[in-house]
Ligand binder design. Structure first.
Ligand code: 3PG
Length: 305
């Protein structure tokens, strides 16, 4: 039985070695497809795979149809909006994620981007500090909780909105719960997005919310690009010249945004929130162990379909 890592954006070598060891020690065959440049390569490699480990790689109905032997796909990471769950379910393929495994890496990137911005990209001019500024977290899952933990070290009061999180979790983390996204955007100096991409969240961050931010507000997105209503965001950022947008997932109108907004817009060249050796090891090894557990013992913990 072949376990295939198919990652357009590769794991660190140490993570690949660790995955290989777990797979081979379980008596399974290990295969690696990294930095592939065409879907045709992916379609060819998945043909005889029993299990698949992916990152943000698009696993659509065509890929699943080509994977005749496939029994399980593990998304090494949190968000599984890149996988066609309905098509997988129809084919009886189990889909899992590895929640929490890369959360600290993403949380650290939030602060890397924030410091870069408030210190004027280290250009020598006087900047501002994060201490004392209120941080608003839109969703309080694994990443949001790590961001809150780090924010305390900076002396930032933290407020959070999450319709699915029990009140005691906010309390236990020393975070003030707010009742709506509207209240969150109004109350915070910095808003950090940690919502998944779902039919409810897609395009939900637009004029109304961003336009209600405090003077000098900063919006940080390490979640997903499609939660943003891009035309509205671009408009509101042109009207409110005090606001900034920092993102790990460039706007589709990236060049235009750079031109129009200058230093008030920053996007990483490639999504890199989870791109650390530690996160790759955590998520990659968890994915390998989940596959072995599923194929050997039928364990379906972390199944999402
Ligand atoms: C996730 O959902 O876990 C993050 O967005 C990381 O995505 P990546 O594996 O493509 O870096």
């Amino acid at each position: 039985m072949k376990v295939l890592i198919a990652t357009e954006k590769p794991f660190s070598p140490i993570a690949v070695e660790g995955i290989k060891k777990i797979v081979e020690e379980a008596g399974l065959e290990f295969a690696l497809l990294e930095k592939y440049e065409s879907k045709a390569q992916l379609l060819q490699e998945v043909a005889d795979a029993t299990a698949l480990i992916v990152r943000s790689d698009k696993i659509d109905a065509e890929v699943l149809a080509a994977a005749k032997e496939l029994r399980i796909v593990v998304r090494a990471g949190a968000g599984y909006d890149n996988i066609d769950l309905a098509a997988a379910t129809e084919k009886g393929i189990c889909v899992m994620n590895t929640p929490g495994q890369n959360a600290n890496a993403v949380a650290e990137l939030v602060f890397a981007m924030l410091l870069f911005a408030v210190r004027n990209r280290f250009n020598g001019k006087a900047g501002t500090e994060l201490g004392g500024k209120t941080l608003g977290l839109d969703a309080f899952g694994n990443v949001g909780r790590n961001v809150a933990r780090i924010a305390k070290g900076f002396g930032m009061p933290v407020v959070a909105y999450d319709a699915y999180c029990p009140a005691e979790v906010f309390e236990a983390n020393g975070v003030k719960q707010v009742e709506s996204p509207e209240a969150l955007f109004r109350e915070a100096d910095v808003v950090s997005l940690h919502i998944p991409s779902t039919p409810e969240t897609r395009g939900s961050i637009g004029r109304a919310l961003v336009g209600s931010m405090r003077k000098g507000g900063i919006l940080v997105n390490t979640a997903r690009q499609d939660v943003i209503n891009e035309p509205e965001l671009l408009e509101v950022l042109q009207e409110r010249t005090d606001l900034r947008y920092l993102t790990d997932i460039a706007l589709s109108c990236d060049a235009e945004a750079r031109e129009l907004l200058g230093d008030r817009y920053f996007a990483t060249p490639k999504k890199m929130g989870a791109q650390t050796a530690e996160a790759n090891v955590n998520a990659g090894l968890a994915a390998a162990r989940q596959i072995v557990g599923f194929l050997r013992d039928g364990i379906t913990k972390f199944q999402v379909n």
